[in-house]
Design a protein around this ligand. Structure first.
Ligand code: PBG
Ligand code: ZN
Length: 342
């Protein structure tokens, strides 16, 4: 009896503020502890569109992701829209012989996969938000993201002019947003001016890949898009992985040039940059891009039995929200549409 009574005596040694577990004992109270929760409207799904309208082919290094031609993409996207898909980002993949050239002419070919897809998506899914990645690397014969000098370095001015022209043509075709991923200096300004001159600036959100790092995580994407550079690398224009100061300068610069939202890419290894972006660009939507290599790594880990895929997907994506992202470009979007209720 005495022992029983003693259990109810307050401990004199414990500090009341150290007891946290009561705050997250129930599944609902655990949800309350999250500042933000993953919801379907945060997800942007990357779509690879080829110039063969009836194509539907798997991408070996990107599990569950396929390259589609316009005709095959529409029925696939329909299944996702029915599950609550709100936004896509388009990447064109020209497969036809001889379409690649020095300046990436095929990027905004009116008959090409991106412009054709914008139109088909607008027509079939009036509520879907259609974004276009804007870059030249999928369309240049050298595989670099801009136009080159003789010595292989980038020619800034013609590059940004060409990139701005492509962005404007995507907006003219009906894209709700253009997202330049090329990392040329000054392209946000040229794109904004181009949109203004075309009378489209008020209808098109410019989402800048402002802090895009060069590294080891884009391999599966380059397989999917056929966009690996034929010589050299992208280290002279994508940011060095240790360059957090550069990333902060790029974020500020792109805001000043008129970006409406900013992307940090990759995501998992760069959560400090996401958090810097949330602080520096606090009045802007911040998007984390969970890139192809990150996605493939999680699949590989799950296949090896290291961890459960769904658990990894939630934990990584919750990390982006915790760091301050509000939007996520993710190859896991179809799965999250199944996993999330809203
Ligand atoms: C094009 C572009 C790339 C990605 C997005 N836009 C490839 C690259 O810069 O090499 C990478 C996305 C991914 O890996 O999922 N510039
Ligand atoms: Zn590129």
């Amino acid at each position: 009896m005495v022992a029983h009574k003693a259990e109810f005596l307050p401990s004199t040694t414990s500090d009341i503020s150290s007891v946290l577990q009561g705050g997250y004992n129930h599944p609902l109270s655990r949800e309350w502890q999250q500042e933000r929760q993953l919801t379907k409207n945060m997800f942007i799904f990357p779509l690879f569109i080829t110039d063969n309208a009836d194509e539907e082919s798997p991408i070996p290094s990107l599990p569950n992701i396929k390259r589609y031609g316009v005709n095959k993409m529409i029925p696939y996207v329909k299944t996702l829209v029915e599950k609550g898909l709100r936004a896509v980002i388009l990447f064109g993949v020209p497969l036809k012989e001889g379409v690649k050239d020095e300046v990436g002419t095929a990027a905004d070919d009116p008959e090409g996969p991106v412009i054709q897809s914008i139109k088909a998506l607008r027509k079939n899914f009036p509520d879907l938000f259609i974004m276009c990645d804007v870059c030249l690397c999928e369309y240049t014969n050298h595989g670099h993201c801009g136009i080159l000098n003789e010595d292989g370095s980038l020619k800034r001015e013609p590059s940004v002019q060409r990139i701005a022209a492509v962005a404007v043509n995507y907006a003219k075709a009906g894209a709700h947003s253009v997202a330049p991923s090329d990392m040329m200096d000054g392209r946000i300004k040229d794109i904004k001016i181009g949109l203004m001159n075309a009378g489209l600036a008020h209808k098109c959100l410019v989402m800048s890949y402002a802090a895009k790092f060069s590294g080891n995580l884009y391999g599966p994407f380059r397989d999917a898009a056929g966009s690996a550079p034929s010589h050299g690398d992208r280290k002279a224009y994508q940011l060095p992985p240790g360059g957090s100061g550069l990333a902060r300068r790029a974020l500020k610069r792109d805001m000043e040039e008129g970006a409406d939202a900013v992307i940090v890419k990759p995501s998992t290894f760069y959560l400090d940059i996401v958090s810097d972006a949330a602080r520096l660009c606090r009045d802007y939507p911040i998007c984390a891009y969970h890139v192809s290599g990150e996605y493939a790594m999680l699949h590989a880990a799950a296949e090896k039995g290291i961890a459960d895929l769904k658990g990894l997907a939630f934990e990584s994506h919750q990390g982006f929200l915790r760091a301050g992202a509000r939007l996520i470009i993710s190859y896991f979007t179809p799965e999250f549409l199944e996993w999330l209720e809203v």
